[in-house]
Design a protein around this ligand. Structure first.
Ligand code: ADP
Ligand code: ASP
Ligand code: MG
Length: 443
């Protein structure tokens, strides 16, 4: 018998009907022995996620105001799930304790983590599976990063003691014994950590779409599903904005050689997307694997004649960034120009100082910062073997009337990144999609 770890996202656990689907999926395969639930998410486009309600509770508590409204909404959501599932538990005692701790100042991370915690309590009651609190098995170090080794040892040992377990997503324990959360969407990371610690054969990530799609479904209508994607490709795609899987969820499973399967809770018969290693037998139907992108980048453009001959020039530009604690994303460069692409957020309030420092350190002919840039990555392991990919991509952008402001093709030839105006972002993604994903005629 194998072990499958199944993580369910917020929309998969948004209400009692969704909880029932999750229960049916878990019980339909004996290998599914560990489940990682998220907090209940949105039930409709205008709904509020339980995690956001908890953040609101904490803000009100810190301001010394009543949290009656958001906490009432949270209580009602969990009560209605418990009622419809006919669960036998004293939910109010859990809710009262959570509220008391938030009012006592347990902090933002504690408050935010309670959606997953309560989801886990309900699911464990509903399935009759053991509840394993990640506070006892997932650890962060002094710098707030995951302590992978300690987690692997302790959590691995804990999981061996349970035939079936519910491990809430999104949080663990800091070095002082307090609850600490991952960044938003972090239950995906918990699922991957748990899969590694349990030495699982498969990590299933259940969500509200039938896998990783070739483009964001909010931009391209009804995009094709990617049947197979390598961890390297998915890292590029999720880093660049394919938000179906948290970008940090890839590492624990990749190290352990565990494949990941992204599935749809609302369409459990669909195979979804399988993520694994490079493999010849997984030939892709299309020359590209997917497209992902993000708005709101800025380019720092530094020009100086003969800069290529000046030893240490690049280092000094980067030193200026480092001094201002700005990390950069890309660095496409020419003979006399060096471009550094950064997130708009990273340089907010620091632009003047940064320009001044680059001037002092590098004495460039010009240094300018251009804002409002969107980056789009076209990713595909098949691109290295195909000729004319760039021509096809740029032709599509020209025909769509889009001005390309930046080009960066990594030496791996796994992706081509283009920079366009924020305003052109959606049209550019659609143009690239159309250029590469031609649906086969059905005759
Ligand atoms: P969950 O709550 O299950 O963790 P998320 O909302 O975090 O789900 O991720 C799923 C969503 O990611 C989809 O509903 C979709 O809107 C969005 N998304 C963005 N890019 C992609 C993509 N390339 N493939 C699939 N979904 C994507
Ligand atoms: N509930 C958390 C969030 O909303 C974590 C997650 O859903 O993965 O970000
Ligand atoms: Mg998510």
């Amino acid at each position: 018998m194998g072990i499958k770890v199944a993580k369910f996202g917020g929309s998969s656990l948004a209400d009692a009907a969704q909880f029932k689907k999750v229960r049916d999926i878990l019980l339909s395969d004996k290998d599914r022995r560990i489940v990682v639930p998220s907090a209940p998410g949105k039930r409709s486009a205008t709904d509020v996620k339980v995690t956001d309600l908890f953040y609101a509770c904490n803000r009100l508590a810190e301001a010394g105001k009543s949290m009656d409204e958001p906490f009432g909404a949270i209580a009602e959501r969990f009560h209605s799930i418990a009622r419809e599932l006919e669960l036998d538990l004293d939910l109010d005692s859990y809710l009262n304790e959570v509220r008391r701790q938030i009012e006592l100042g347990a902090g933002e991370d504690y408050a935010a983590s309670r959606g997953e915690y309560l989801s886990g309590v309900l699911l464990s009651n509903c399935l009759g599976w053991d509840f394993v609190d990640p506070k006892t098995g997932i650890f962060f170090d002094e710098c707030g990063r995951l302590d992978g080794e300690k987690t692997q040892t302790v959590l691995g040992k804990i999981l061996k003691e349970h035939e079936h377990a519910v491990v809430p997503g999104f949080y663990g324990c800091d070095t002082h014994g307090n609850v600490k959360t991952f960044s938003r969407g972090g239950s995906d990371i918990t699922g991957a950590i748990v899969a590694r610690a349990a030495e699982a054969d498969l990590y299933e990530n259940w969500t509200d779409v039938s896998g990783c799609l070739m483009a964001d479904p909010r931009i391209v209508r009804d995009p094709e599903t990617i049947r197979y994607v390598t961890y390297r490709e998915l890292r590029e795609l999720s880093y660049m904005g394919a938000s179906v899987l948290h970008e940090d969820a890839i590492f624990p499973v990749r190290i352990a050689g565990i494949p990941t399967n992204i599935r749809n809770t609302n369409q459990p018969d669909e195979p979804g997307t399988l993520i694994g290693y490079e493999a010849e037998e997984h030939e892709s139907e299309y020359v590209i694997t997917g497209i992902a992108g993000h708005k709101d980048f800025a380019i720092i453009n530094v020009e100086k004649a003969m800069m290529n001959a000046e030893l240490g020039f690049g280092r000094r530009v980067l030193q200026a960034l480092e001094e201002q604690k700005i990390s950069f994303e890309h660095m496409p460069s020419g003979i006399d120009t060096m471009c550094v692409v950064v997130h708009e957020d990273a340089i907010r309030g620091k632009k003047e100082k940064l320009i001044e420092r680059i001037r002092q350190l590098c004495e460039p002919d010009t240094v300018e910062i251009h804002s409002g840039l969107a980056l789009i990555a076209t990713v595909g392991r098949g691109m290295v073997r195909s000729k004319g990919i760039s021509a096809r991509l740029f032709d599509a952008l020209v025909k769509a009337g889009i001005n390309v402001r930046l080009i960066d093709q990594g030496s791996s030839e796994l992706n081509i990144i283009v920079g366009v105006d924020n305003l052109d972002f959606e049209n550019a993604v659609r143009a690239i999609y159309r250029a590469f994903v031609v649906k086969k005629p059905r005759w």
